[in-house]
Design a binder for this molecule. Structure first.
Ligand SMILES: [Zn+2]
Length: 83
């Protein structure tokens, strides 16, 4: 994830998250978001190589390891394909 995208996502999180404390441990100790990609499976048990992917960022609590996932299309960091 490019640094400018990380900064935009941090701004988005600060604007959208009402509670900044981790829901599991109560600390506000988040690491910088990292890009992950979630694969969407149309049917349970099927795997499609190169199938639909959801651009996502993982934000990890550095105190307890809780990991929150943010959809980058909703966060306006990534554009939906065909949009
Ligand atoms: Zn935590």
């Amino acid at each position: 994830m490019e640094e400018s995208d990380v900064q935009r996502l941090v701004l988005w999180v600060n604007a959208k998250w009402r509670n900044k404390e981790c829901r599991l441990c109560g600390k506000n100790a988040w690491a910088a978001p990292q890009l992950v990609s979630l694969q969407v499976q149309p049917v349970l048990g099927s795997y499609v190589i190169g199938g639909t992917q959801l651009p996502t960022a993982a934000v990890v609590c550095t105190n307890c390891g809780n990991t929150e996932l943010i959809n980058l299309i909703v966060a306006t960091i990534a554009k939906a394909s065909g949009a």
